[in-house]
Design a protein around this ligand. Sequence first.
Ligand code: AR6
Length: 179
Amino acid sequence: MQVKMGNCVLELIKGDITQQDTEAIVNAANEELVPGGGVDGAIHRAGGPSIAEEARRYGRCPTGSAVITGAGNLKAKYVIHAVGPIWRGGNHGEAELLASAYRSALNLCLEKDINSVAFPSISTGAYGYPMKEAAKVALSTVISFLKEHQKPKLVRMVLFGEEAYKTYEKVLKELAAKE
Ligand code: AR6
């Protein structure tokens, strides 16, 4: 599914973040920037050790923020390491922190003049954020950002599996209907 936001495109696909040919891909990282499982593990395995070596130089990356490195052997040029919140029931600022993780990654795209970026569904694996709630935050944050900046030209959400894709599709249809 695709929606147009002026000259920009917001796209949903089912797939694997490591296979994306966008200029940047986003990693669902942790504050320590130490390679873990899920998306993070897949990116470091496919991209090779240079990504972790570069990330280590940043030290720590607080929840809600993001840092950028090269992408080693991946097709993308950059990996943006964004740290989403751990779900603690929903009353601990999770939505604002998740929105901030997406905005921080998108701001790095503006700074580096990156025109296309692929995101996984941050926080919805090991960090336990409910998929539908995360989809609302992710998609509404991206839509507001694209409306305001008209950049990057392509934002692709890469959903892992049918269920995640269907959830995002439903939420995007609801949001697009309100536009
Ligand atoms: N491509 C796209 N999406 C994927 C892939 C993939 N290859 N693999 C998993 N997903 P997670 P988090 C989905 O756990 O919740 C790590 O250990 C997955 O189904 O990767 O932000 C880090 O080091 C889920 O919907 O990230 C952190 O410590 C989504 O990606 C911690 O996990 C995110 O799942 C971060 O947890």
